[in-house]
Design a binder for this molecule. Structure first.
Ligand SMILES: Nc1nc2c(ncn2[C@@H]2O[C@H](COP(=O)(O)OP(=O)(O)OP(=O)(O)O)[C@@H](O)[C@H]2O)c(=O)[nH]1
Ligand SMILES: [Mg+2]
Ligand SMILES: [Zn+2]
Length: 287
């Protein structure tokens, strides 16, 4: 039998199969092969009783994120709070680098527009070519746009704690379910999310609500490939004096020039340098 993992909590996997959920443990073979099942994974499992089972194998994944640990996502929504908590551009840029590396193009959702406009952040990312949406879960604005983004997909909402992931998730689920008129509304409490959970919105549409996190390590990325993961850099690197320009110490650098001429956002460059130095330090420690 093949089911989908809806939730993973302290060694238990909640596997959905034909509208029923089985509480499963992972069989030893998975641990031996160092495979950790993730929320969103399709798994082969055996039924032990009415409500229990064992996960036997993980079916091939399309992709797997590390932070948050989820698999088989079609769409990543980076939720940013425009105020309370204050947005961190470095955190956004780091997320973008990580997702670029994974070949996933995220949507940036600027939430809490009732508290702050956020036009300047919108400009930075819209200009690079990212899809940037404005929402207010409080005023229920921008929800239509968000709906269109996730329709027919498995979408994961990521971002710092308190930015509004769960609020947006709940709104979307209830609105989309009402339109479809089949599944019942959900009432989830207003609290800090502790576990990632795959929620069925309506036919073919799922949302994974995840716990917030503010720091994570960029692993498996080398300092010298970082520039390639900053989407807009390629427009400017042609005019770098050296082919192997790091865009950090060199003076005749197309990227630096673009910043000086106001073509590229200063904040993006600052994020690049901060992340580059972090990666470099880690590399120096390793070798
Ligand atoms: N003013 C305002 N408050 C909002 C908005 N969206 C969410 N909030 C509030 O912000 C707080 C945090 O919202 P959550 O949806 O729990 O945030 P979260 O991202 O799920 O947080 P974690 O589960 O801790 O990661 C709650 O008090 C919400 O009511 C919004 O658009 N405007
Ligand atoms: Mg939450
Ligand atoms: Zn350069």
């Amino acid at each position: 039998m093949v089911g989908k993992i809806r939730k993973a909590i302290s060694g238990f996997y909640y596997v959905e199969f034909e509208e029923k959920v089985y509480e499963c443990r992972a069989k030893g073979i998975l641990k031996k092969n160092n495979i950790t099942p993730l929320v969103g994974d399709w798994v082969e499992f055996e039924v032990l009783s009415e409500k229990e089972g064992n996960v036997l194998t993980v079916v091939n994944r399309n992709n797997a994120l590390i932070r948050p640990p989820v698999a088989n996502v079609d769409k990543v929504i980076i939720v940013v709070s425009l105020k309370i908590p204050e947005p961190s551009l470095l955190f956004i840029d780091k997320q973008l680098v990580f997702l670029q590396k994974m070949n996933l193009t995220p949507v940036i959702c600027l939430n809490k527009t009732d508290l702050e406009e956020g036009k300047s952040i919108w400009e930075i990312y819209e200009k690079i070519g990212y899809r940037v949406l404005f929402t207010s879960a409080k005023e229920k604005s921008g929800i239509e746009e968000l709906k269109k983004e996730i329709q027919g997909k498995t979408a994961v909402f990521v971002g710092n704690s308190g930015v509004g992931k769960s609020s947006l998730t709940n709104l979307l689920i209830n609105e989309m379910r009402m339109e479809e008129g089949s599944l019942s509304k959900i009432e989830r409490g207003k609290q800090t999310t502790r576990h990632s959970e795959l929620l069925k919105v309506c036919e073919d549409t799922y949302i994974i609500d995840t716990p917030g996190f503010s720091s994570f390590e960029l692993s498996d990325i080398e300092s010298k490939e970082l520039a390639l993961l900053f989407a807009e850099f390629s427009e400017y690197t042609e005019t770098c004096r050296y082919d192997d320009c790091t865009h950090v110490g060199e003076t005749e650098c197309g990227v630096k020039q673009a910043v000086a001429e106001g073509k590229m956002a200063q904040s993006r460059y600052e994020s690049f340098v901060a992340l580059y130095q972090k990666l470099k330090e880690a590399e120096n420690r390793r070798y």
